[in-house]
Write a protein that binds this ligand. Structure first.
Ligand code: MSP
Length: 662
């Protein structure tokens, strides 16, 4: 990738209401742009709206407006959404702007003068909805293969671009520039297309049929085909002109990346590249075609009524969580499904549990035991060395993956560090260090945990700019400088670091507005989503409570509180593996009642079922029964240890099953 970084999104059809698919590409472009800026590079980001075409004309007429009035209004929802999603584009191009239309005309004239555009009669099946011709063999059941709408036979004069003339050059270009088309699967698609004979491209429409377009400069009866107009936006926005471009164009072209959805791969790879060759320009360094989102398992469509409004997501989940989810959930390039239950699961697991918990634990222990100030580092142990090495590795992997637009892989790399931070706390047991008065080591341990939070804030910044800033502020740093992210030594000792509010509060259930939307739009999906979300929330609440390890000292409970808990001695009668969870065992425990109690316990990592039969244990006997992964548990077995079980609480053999423990 050259030093100047220039990235584009497709320009969105102004007729559409902005949806999650549009937001997806634009967030992706924003994340990588922010990352490059964070690294001190000069990154330039273009987006915009595609404002010509038959459908725009029809929609404007239906509203009783001129097409220009219509598009002047309808490009605004895109700009508003980008503001709310905190998109940091440098320019927003509209294809009805003079800076664009005049250059498109100049380009058409240049190609016409050079003989690369010619007039001919065109006959074929015309699809009004797709605004294009099809050959007989393209049709599916006699209808448009893309929309399924009826087609009509049309014969008319049109202008053609000699695309076939440049097809070989494109084949060579792809062979010589292995990174041009990505991911590989998309490259294969284009190579497949190019195996067949490439024809010339019809680039005009008669004005009497399509009055809303850029007029062909050498024939006022015609306007140019939407794609010829739209594709050139990537050049016109930065000052391209066939008779002499600006310095900005010379600096930025060829673009580093065009991000597009898979449906517009051919137009970008074949039409646009050959147009550029004809104009004496090179194609972008990389054309990256990502996959499509389905919604709760269904194709997103206005008629199904399941189009996801990004504003609703931002209102209910917050902008950072939305950006995070879209970038993390599916590999960029593949298809994926958007479901609210998946959203909630991902949010709770990654943001609330892993990162939120790490920050909360680190900051609150520092506050309780170390006066709320960043402690000094102590000498490194082997475990510290491993954490330091992991941090350096993670930065490298994160950078490499992100700069290839492997957003989810980069985040996964960062999460190995976040999870390692949590494990480091479990392993080092700062509560024990505190209890034993080992303040120096306690300080060193907490300092490294805070440092992991700092690195996480820096690397998360392009994805979750607000939460990253908030976390940075909690740690007393306002400069999220990537240069300091490769080591666990960037905080200022003595700096006050009050924990404040949790960064990502756990989501207990889907927000009400989301539940309502699901119910009205997709009732089945709503039920399923609510069920799944509830089950997952319960599971997580049980598996990973937000522990407050500092509670050794406070709060105290009264003796009355203690007596509310009924502890009883019991004897394990039988034990077996849980049918649905590796971590769990299902035990029958005799506590002197008519039937042994069925108790599900998370001790499979420490005990095999056969080790347990006959053991004298202690259970909480008056807990309300709960289902754990489908099996009812009628109490809780007492054991020692944090996340990792160290051993069971047992009683002397002479204590009869059912004896009260106090
Ligand atoms: N105007 C053309 C692009 C011209 S670029 C020179 C266009 N506009 S569009 O508004 O229909 O689509 C814009 C982008 O949204 C495309 O990249 C398309 O793939 C993407 N998406 C539309 N629905 C989508 C999903 N369900 N999921 C992901 N992206 C989706 O095409």
């Amino acid at each position: 990738m050259s030093e100047s970084f220039y990235i584009t999104t497709p320009i969105y059809y102004v007729n559409d209401v902005p949806h999650i698919g549009h937001a997806y590409t634009t967030i992706a472009a924003d994340v990588i742009t922010r990352w490059h800026r964070q690294n001190g590079r000069d990154a330039y980001f273009l987006t915009g709206t595609d404002e010509h075409g038959q459908k725009v004309h029809e929609a404007a007429t239906a509203r009783g407006l001129s097409p220009q009035q219509h598009v002047d209004e309808l490009h605004q929802p895109f700009q508003k959404l980008w503001e709310r999603l905190q998109i940091t584009h440098d320019d927003f191009i509209r294809t009805t702007e003079k800076r664009h239309t005049s250059v498109v005309q100049a380009a058409l004239q240049k190609l016409f003068d050079a003989g690369d555009i010619y007039a001919a009669d065109y006959e074929g099946w015309y699809s009004k909805s797709e605004e294009r011709f099809w050959t007989e063999k393209d049709l599916v059941d006699g209808k448009c293969p893309m929309s399924g709408n009826p087609v009509e036979w049309l014969k008319e004069k049109n202008y053609f671009f000699k695309m076939a003339k440049y097809a070989d050059k494109l084949r060579e270009w792809i062979a010589d520039n292995p990174d041009f088309l990505q991911p590989q699967s998309r490259k294969n698609e284009v190579l497949g297309y190019l195996k067949k004979e490439v024809g010339d491209l019809c680039i005009s429409r008669p004005k009497n049929r399509l009055p809303w377009g850029i007029e062909i400069p050498f024939d006022a009866e015609f306007v140019t085909y939407v794609w010829f107009d739209a594709l050139l936006n990537y050049c016109t926005a930065i000052g391209y002109h066939p008779d002499g471009s600006t310095e900005q164009f010379a600096e930025k072209w060829p673009a580093s990346y065009h991000l597009v959805g898979k449906d517009i791969l051919t137009t970008h790879s074949v039409y646009f590249s050959t147009m550029l060759f004809a104009l004496g320009q090179r194609p972008a360094q990389c054309l990256y075609a990502h996959g499509w989102w389905t919604i709760e398992g269904q194709k997103m469509s206005k008629s199904v009524g399941n189009v996801v409004d990004p504003h609703l997501l931002i209102d209910c989940y917050g902008v950072d969580a939305v950006r995070y989810f879209l970038m993390r959930e599916i590999p960029f390039g593949g298809d994926g499904d958007f479901s609210h239950s998946a959203f909630m699961t991902r949010y709770n697991a990654d943001l609330a549990n892993d990162l939120g918990n790490l920050a909360h634990r680190s900051l609150s222990m520092t506050e309780k035991w170390l006066g709320g100030a960043v402690p000094a580092l102590d000498a490194n142990t082997q475990r510290d060395d491993a954490l330091n090495a992991l941090c350096a590795d993670v930065l490298q992997t994160f950078r490499t993956e992100l700069e290839q637009l492997h957003f989810s892989v980069a985040l996964e790399a960062l999460w190995t560090l976040v999870r390692a931070g949590n494990k480091y706390i479990d392993d080092e047991e700062p509560w024990a260090l505190n209890r034993n008065g080992d303040t120096e080591r306690l300080g060193g341990v907490m300092r490294r945990c805070l440092e992991v939070c700092r690195v996480a804030a820096i690397l998360l910044a392009p994805f979750c700019p607000n939460k990253a800033k908030e976390l940075g502020a909690k740690l007393g740093i306002d400069d999220l400088d990537v240069a300091t992210a490769g080591s666990l030594d960037g905080l200022n000792a003595g700096q006050a670091v009050p924990p404040g509010e949790p960064l990502f509060p756990r989501m207990q259930e889907l927000p009400e507005r989301i539940q309502q939307t699901l119910q009205t739009l997709i009732p089945d999906a709503a039920k399923q989503a609510a069920k799944k979300a509830e089950a997952k929330a319960k599971k997580h609440a049980k598996e990973a409570p937000v522990a407050d390890e500092t509670q050794e000292e406070t709060p105290r409970i009264s003796i009355d509180d203690f007596f509310k808990v009924e502890l009883k001695a019991g004897k394990v009668v039988s034990a077996e593996a849980h049918p649905n969870a590796d971590r769990l065992l299902v035990l029958k425990i005799d506590i002197g009642e008519a039937e042994p109690r069925n108790i599900v316990a998370g001790i499979a990592s420490k005990y095999a079922p056969e080790d347990l039969v006959g053991k004298q244990v202690v259970i909480v006997a008056n807990l309300k029964p709960a289902k754990l992964r489908g099996v009812v548990s009628e109490g809780m077995l007492l054991a020692c240890g944090g996340k990792a079980i160290e051993g069971l609480v047992t009683v002397d053999p002479e204590c009869a099953p059912g004896a009260v423990v106090r």
